[in-house]
Design a protein around this ligand. Structure first.
Ligand SMILES: [Zn+2]
Ligand SMILES: [Zn+2]
Length: 341
């Protein structure tokens, strides 16, 4: 983001005479009050409003004014003796300058005494950190307590009642499938392609600039006005061809499920699998198969039972009628399945 700068001119700062009260004296032209003769005080300078602006023509800029240590009057940086009291200036102290001011283009500047720029305003943040109200803590405490009781477990004698298994598989079919893609991503084998225009992405395009007027105290009774502009951008849509088409592809046709009881019962599908194998349109293949191993467990004391899923090795290691020391949930009275092994 580059900022473009354009000079709008150099103008007189204004100052008010502290001795006689004469106002709106010119910073460069009136080094002394035309009414009472008092020397200008740099600290009384201020920016004029737009209507009061007086241009400074061909005034050579020699630097920020220095302040006389004896009488406080400002004098040009090149001066050797104070033009007001005659004291030698030597290594004079530079006068305090007003901070830069800026307005959006089209907005007026009003007369402004501003702040002297060296004394940077301490940004005292009244950061009164807001404390969350008490009832939030109370609600959180209740939730934590509820979770604690809901999760609490106690020891229980459990009996393995029965073994259960279930198999599930998907059967896929090779068929014409409708898909969609951008025109340059449509596969060559696609059929029945039809496309329409659609927004595919956006692109940043220049969209003018944002401008401000800035005024900067030169410290010699004058100030400089500038126009500062930064470029703006907007997002423009970029169109593309979105196409729908058909291609032969494997898609899920149906699900198969079989289940049975006991460790010994053979775990296999009872329904027929894929009917026609191969890669013809309408051919079938087996997709993914999953097996779920579960055990029915009863809490001996309460008689309540529950079905627990577990890995195959653990399922095979348990015997029907076996008693194990496990856990039950205190709140619901259910079996804690993670304790069954
Ligand atoms: Zn005066
Ligand atoms: Zn002096």
């Amino acid at each position: 983001m580059t900022t473009r700068e354009e000079e709008l001119g150099t103008f007189e700062m204004l100052w008010d005479c502290g001795a006689c009260g004469t106002g709106k004296l010119l910073g460069v032209t009136h080094r002394h009050c035309p009414n009472c003769g008092s020397a200008q005080e740099a600290s009384r300078r201020y920016f004029p409003s737009d209507e009061e602006k007086v241009a400074v023509a061909d005034h050579p800029y020699t630097g920020v004014d220095q302040q006389c240590a004896a009488c406080g009057a400002p004098s040009a940086s090149a001066a050797v003796h104070c033009p007001n009291c005659g004291a030698p200036l030597g290594e004079g102290k530079a006068v305090a300058m007003k901070a830069h001011e800026r307005v959006a283009e089209g907005q007026p500047f009003s007369a402004s005494h501003g702040a002297a720029s060296p004394q940077s305003a301490p940004s005292e943040m009244h950061a009164e950190r807001k404390r969350p109200p008490f009832h939030i803590f109370a609600i959180l405490a209740v939730i934590a307590l509820a979770l604690f009781f809901a999760c609490r477990k106690k020891p229980a004698t459990l009996e393995v009642v029965a073994h259960h298994w279930s198999l599930e598989r998907t059967i896929e079919t090779f068929a014409l499938t409708t898909m969609s893609a951008w025109s340059d991503e449509v596969p060559p084998a696609a059929q029945a392609v039809s496309c329409h225009r659609e927004t595919r992405s956006t692109r940043q395009v220049p969209d003018g600039e944002t401008c401000e007027r800035v005024r900067k105290d030169l410290g010699n009774g004058a100030f400089k006005e500038l126009r500062e502009c930064t470029p703006k951008f907007r997002d423009d849509p970029v169109e593309g061809d979105r196409c729908t088409y058909q291609v032969p592809a494997w898609t899920m046709a149906r699900r198969d499920r079989s289940d049975g009881e006991g460790i010994a019962s053979p775990r296999r599908f009872t329904s027929p699998g894929p009917t026609r194998l191969g890669t013809c349109l309408g051919c079938e293949r087996e997709g993914t198969t999953t097996t779920v191993f579960e055990v029915d467990v009863r809490i001996v004391d309460t008689g309540k039972s529950e079905r627990c899923a577990m890995p195959e090795a653990q399922w095979l290691a348990l015997r029907d009628g076996q008693e194990i020391q496990g856990k039950m949930r205190a709140l619901t009275g259910g079996v804690d399945c993670s304790s069954v092994h």
